[in-house]
Design a protein around this ligand. Structure first.
Ligand code: HSE
Length: 404
């Protein structure tokens, strides 16, 4: 079967490498070869093993009836949305690593794929090389998903690990992540949580059956995490992790949030460090399942894309049943209405805190300034918490971090 790769960057070149390196294995499994006929990129790649397949013209791929499989590894929504839609309409199967595209237009593209009896698969878009979407849909298909939470961004997990293990300040850890090639020159999408938000939306859409849009998910990054908060976490049995969290509520809606969390050390997620990803899924029948592995990088991410290409080849005539329903603005509960436990750090009088909060758990840290107060609240809504904090005389809040 003939294939095309769109975007010859980190992921696209990995897809090319795997299709060439593991060609015999792939042919053995499928009973036929996957041959790369085109590589679409505006750049030149002199001396590259696939140099003679390069095209700068998308129409070459679209018009070629021999090409049945396309891997989109371009990133962004323009022109990836238009290209993907036209390919699906032309009866070609498309696989993608593009989380922004799927989180934004997943419902529309899956609908188009269904209408044209082709597959649109994107295992690589969440967790990179970690199998999570297919297990959620297929292996856990007999469960109502109750909750999932996970570390979905390698760059921020690397930064938090450095802050935690080496007491490295945020700016220094970010500079190191950039130096090692993990963080982009403009790291905003990672640091501010947008990347985790997109992945959380995709997981939520598959788990709960309706398209969840990034605009519906309250998102907070790690840029305000202070090294002192990390020290409190360490001294009191917690890790700090940036999590995508989503849970089915009793009222039938879901709570979805992207934010840094204090994670108890005994939780599986607390063991996920450096650039690794980890996701816990709780189903009503299976209970808790944990997924772990490399969430970024050329070959891990490309391995998921190639497996999707193979799945498309295996389901070339009979499309896989995969997808979710339309957006429903009311389906995501306002996070402000959802109750959470918080870590709070500030400067003030502990007795004033006790008067308003009663019997909360106070945390200690050797060497902390005498007027510093840190405590873990009971479960409450953020607005109730903010009101109580405002009621405490002369308390200056320095940090407010959710606790898992
Ligand atoms: N920037 C992302 C990360 C790449 O660091 O995890 C994979 O989506």
């Amino acid at each position: 079967m003939k294939a095309a790769i769109m975007g010859y960057g980190v992921v696209g070149s990995g897809v090319g490498e795997i299709l060439l390196k593991n060609a015999a294995l792939i042919e053995n499994k499928l009973g036929e070869k996957i041959e790369i006929k085109y590589v679409l990129d505006l750049r030149d790649f002199p001396g590259d093993v696939l140099e003679n397949r390069l095209t700068k013209n998308f129409e070459d791929i679209l018009a070629d009836d021999e090409v049945k499989l396309v891997c989109e590894a371009m990133g962004g929504t323009k022109p990836a949305y238009e290209f993907t839609k036209r390919l699906l309409e032309a009866g070609k199967h498309v696989v993608s690593s593009n989380k922004e595209l799927v989180a934004t237009y997943g419902y529309e593209l899956l609908k188009t794929a269904k209408e044209h009896n082709v597959n649109y698969l994107f295992e690589a878009a969440v967790g990179g090389g970690v199998p999570i979407l297919r297990p959620l849909w297929q292996c856990l298909g007999a469960n109502h998903i109750e909750r999932f939470y996970g570390i979905l961004n390698g760059t921020t997990n690397f930064i938090l690990t450095k802050m935690y293990n080496e007491d490295m300040p945020f700016d220094e850890a970010l500079a190191l992540a950039q130096q090692l090639g993990y963080a982009e020159k403009d790291p905003t999408a990672d640091i501010a949580g947008a990347d985790v938000c997109r992945k959380t939306c995709i997981l939520a859409s598959i788990s709960f059956g309706k398209h969840i849009d990034p605009a519906q998910v309250q998102t907070q990054g790690i840029q305000d995490i202070h090294i002192r908060d990390v020290s409190y976490a360490k001294a009191n049995g917690y890790e700090i992790k940036l999590l995508g969290f989503c849970e089915k509520l009793e009222n039938g809606k879901i709570d979805a949030i992207v934010a840094p969390f204090f994670v108890p050390k005994e939780n599986q997620i607390a063991t996920v460090s450096d650039v690794f990803n980890g996701i816990v899924v709780v189903g009503d029948m299976v209970d808790e399942v944990f997924f772990y592995g490399r969430g970024a990088g050329s070959l891990p991410t490309a391995s998921a894309c190639v497996a999707d290409l193979m799945d498309c080849a295996m389901h070339a005539d009979k499309r896989k049943n995969f997808g979710w329903g339309e957006r429903d603005a009311a389906f995501v509960e306002k996070h402000a209405n959802c109750k959470t436990t918080y870590f709070v750090r500030g400067e003030g009088d502990i007795n004033e805190v006790k008067k308003v909060f009663g019997d909360v758990t106070f945390l200690s840290l050797q060497g902390a300034p005498l007027d510093e107060v840190a405590f873990i609240t009971a479960k409450e809504t953020e607005s109730a918490l903010d009101k109580k904090l405002a009621d405490i005389g002369n308390l200056h809040i320095s940090a407010k971090i959710r606790v898992l």
